[in-house]
Write a protein that binds this ligand. Structure first.
Ligand code: DGY
Length: 327
C-alpha cells in the first residue's frame, strides 16, 4: 500500500473486530446510523474513497462508480450483490467482494423457522392469545398445514437451499428443485430437478433461495401463484424482487395460496401502511436471515479481509468478478 493510509468508507457500523482490522491499515469513515447514507453523501464519500464496504441497501451503480475515480475495491457486506453493477465495476477493473459461506446455516435457520411459523400460524396464534380470544379448545381452532412428509420446492438449490433441505429432512419432507445447483447438493439432498411449473403445482411449501438477477426478477407473478396449491405456503429469504408484490398480495387476499412468510420484500422496507402487513396470512420480518452475533461478525471479518486484499492489489478471498484479474 502507498505511504499514506487508503481512505475507506464503511456505509454502516459493522462488528468491532472487522472495524479494527480495517482501522489498523486505513483511514476510516463510518456512516454511523441505522439508515443508509443519503445518496449525495454516498457519492461525496465515494469521490474520495480508495475502498468501500457497502451494504445491500447501497446502490453502487454506474453513477456511483463514475463519482469514484480512486475506488479500487468494493467489499459488499453480504453474500448477495445485486446492489452492485458488476459489469460497470468490472469495466473499471474494480474487484467486488462478498461474504459467502458464513451465513448459509443462519439463513437456512431463518427460512425453516418461517416455514414452521407460517405452517402453524404462529404470529396469528400469539395475537389470538394476547387479544383475549382464547376461550377454550375446539377441533377446528387455528388449523395450519402439516409439515411432516410434505413436499418442499426449492427455487435455487445452492448453499442455502441445500442447508434448508438438511433441516427439512428431519421432518421427513420430500424435495423438488428448480434452478441452479451442483451435483453434490442434488445427490446429498435427493432433490428432484423439475421445471418451474411442476415445482409450483406439486409443492406444499416453496422456498426461494435464488439470487436476484435478470433471470429471477419477478419470476413469481400472478400466473405462477395461480399454479400453486391453494394450501401452499411461499417462503422468501433471498431477495424481495424475485416475487411480484402486487400479485402476491392478490393471491393472499383471495386464498389462491394459503400464506407467505417473507424475510425480504419489494420494496424493502415495506411502508408501514402496506396492505401486505394487514394480512393474517402473511408474515413479514425485516431481512434478518443472517442476523446472529456470530454470523454478522464472520461476515465482517470476510468483508474486512476482502477490502484489505483489494487495497493491496491482491486477489480477494471471495470475488464475484474474477474477470478483473485477467486484464
Ligand atoms: C446477504 O448476505 O445477501 C443477506 O441478504 C444479508 O445477510
Amino acid at each position: 500500500m502507498p505511504d499514506s493510509k487508503p481512505r475507506v468508507f464503511i456505509t454502516r457500523t459493522i462488528p468491532e473486530k472487522a472495524l479494527k482490522m480495517i482501522a489498523a491499515a486505513c483511514e476510516v469513515i463510518v456512516w454511523d446510523a441505522e439508515t443508509p447514507p443519503p445518496r449525495p453523501k454516498l457519492l461525496d464519500e465515494l469521490a474520495l474513497a480508495d475502498g468501500v464496504v457497502s451494504m445491500l441497501t447501497e446502490k453502487i451503480d454506474r453513477e456511483a462508480l463514475d463519482a469514484a475515480p480512486k475506488l479500487r475495491i468494493i467489499s459488499n457486506y453480504a453474500v448477495g450483490y445485486d446492489n452492485v453493477d458488476i459489469e460497470a465495476a468490472s469495466e473499471r477493473d474494480i474487484p467486488v467482494g462478498n461474504t459467502p459461506g458464513v451465513l448459509t446455516e443462519t439463513t437456512a435457520d431463518q427460512a425453516f423457522m418461517l416455514l414452521l411459523a407460517a405452517a402453524r400460524r404462529l404470529p396469528e396464534s400469539i395475537k389470538y392469545v394476547k387479544e383475549g380470544q382464547w376461550q377454550t379448545w375446539f377441533p377446528l381452532q387455528m388449523l395450519g398445514q402439516e409439515v411432516s412428509g410434505a413436499t418442499l420446492g426449492i427455487i435455487g438449490l445452492g448453499r442455502i437451499g441445500y442447508a434448508m433441505t438438511k433441516r427439512a429432512k428431519g421432518f421427513g419432507m420430500k424435495f423438488l428443485y428448480h434452478g441452479g445447483s451442483t451435483i453434490e447438493y442434488v445427490e446429498r439432498s435427493g432433490a428432484k430437478k423439475v421445471d418451474l411449473e411442476t415445482l409450483l403445482t406439486q409443492s406444499d411449501f416453496i422456498s426461494i433461495h435464488a439470487p436476484l438477477n435478470d433471470d429471477t426478477r419477478g419470476m413469481i407473478g400472478a400466473e405462477e401463484l395461480k399454479l400453486m396449491k391453494n394450501t401452499a405456503i411461499l417462503i422468501n429469504t433471498a431477495r424481495g424482487g424475485v416475487i411480484q408484490t402486487d400479485a402476491l398480495l392478490h393471491a393472499l387476499k383471495n386464498n389462491i395460496i394459503a400464506s407467505a412468510a417473507l424475510d425480504v420484500t419489494d420494496p424493502e422496507p415495506l411502508p408501514s401502511d402496506h396492505p401486505l402487513l394487514a394480512l393474517d396470512n402473511c408474515i413479514v420480518v425485516p431481512h434478518l436471515g443472517s442476523a446472529t452475533h456470530q454470523t454478522r461478525e464472520r461476515m465482517g471479518e470476510i468483508a474486512a479481509e476482502n477490502l484489505l486484499l483489494g487495497l493491496r492489489g491482491e486477489h480477494l478471498t471471495h470475488c464475484v468478478n474474477p474477470q478483473v484479474y485477467q486484464n
